[in-house]
Design a protein around this ligand. Structure first.
Ligand code: 3PY
Ligand code: MG
Length: 260
């Protein structure tokens, strides 16, 4: 089993980020930051299928596992990123046990699933197909996102689906779907997150969540969440640029005042 999957399913603390900048330089910079993994975001950024393979390659240079959030439930997209060498897949908006079973089918080779065999990068372009086949089911992480009112209602059935490693909570979509947006919805959203986390943990699944900042990672880890996707490369870039500019202007206006 890969360390990445082993650490996931043993509920070890893992902190990564979304990679939304479609360039290998951004992947290298992010990978060198000490993250435990990267999640290349094909759902919400303008990253093409061909570019995904180059981004995974850049993460591999730094030995940082790169999983990919696919845009939807299509088995072809899941196969494409796994063939490109992704360490796992994050499937968004899974709201029923049947959708979870379809994600397992697309991710795992028989007898656990129905993924097709092919000569992609993951299998050394065809030279190591038997080797890859022998380890893929044990090494690849399958994470599914529960982020709708329907998914919340079906969480016990979804979490019971064999072959799923991790239930990942998307608080943004969840808050919209259950009408719990903004400060007024905080208690309702937190209660929904707790329900998903506790139900998934009781079923033996690891639990992950997106957090825009590290502020409440400690609080959420106390309800059994161990896998954190912290903001994204674009969010970190924007926040640190903004803080630097504010700081520079503060310092410059301080010295202007002294000169007067
Ligand atoms: C959400 O918050 O909806 C997400 O999908 C975060 O990853
Ligand atoms: Mg979402």
């Amino acid at each position: 089993m890969s360390d990445f999957r082993g650490n996931c399913i043993k509920h070890r603390l893992l902190v990564g980020t979304f990679a939304a900048i479609p360039h290998p330089v951004a992947i290298e910079v992010t990978a060198a930051s000490g993250v435990d993994f990267l999640c290349i975001d094909w759902e919400h950024s303008q990253i093409s299928r061909e570019r995904i393979e180059d981004l995974i390659r850049a993460a591999d240079v730094h030995r940082v596992p790169a999983m990919v959030r696919v845009p939807g439930h299509a088995a072809e997209d899941i196969a494409a990123v796994l063939d490109a060498g992704a360490a796992g897949v994050l499937v968004p908006r899974v709201s029923t046990a049947e959708q979870a079973r379809d994600a397992v089918k697309a991710t795992r080779y028989p007898p656990l699933g129905a993924r097709g065999v092919g000569p992609g990068r993951a299998a050394a372009y065809g030279y190591r197909i038997p080797d890859y086949l022998s380890k893929a089911n044990a090494e690849l992480v399958l994470a599914i996102q529960v982020e709708t009112a329907e998914g919340l209602a079906n969480i016990a059935d979804i979490a019971a689906v064999d072959g799923v490693d991790l239930i990942f909570i998307g608080p943004g979509d969840l808050s919209v779907s259950i009408d719990a947006m903004g400060p007024a919805g905080k208690n309702k959203l937190d209660a929904a997150i707790r329900t998903i986390a506790e139900t998934a943990r009781s079923a033996g699944r690891a639990v992950g969540i997106f957090r825009p900042s590290p502020d409440d990672v400690s609080a959420w880890s106390q309800v059994g969440i161990s896998f954190f996707v912290l903001a994204s490369d674009t969010m970190f870039l924007g926040a640190s640029m903004a803080a630097g500019v504010i700081d520079a202007k503060k310092q410059a206006s301080g010295s202007e005042a002294k000169e007067k």
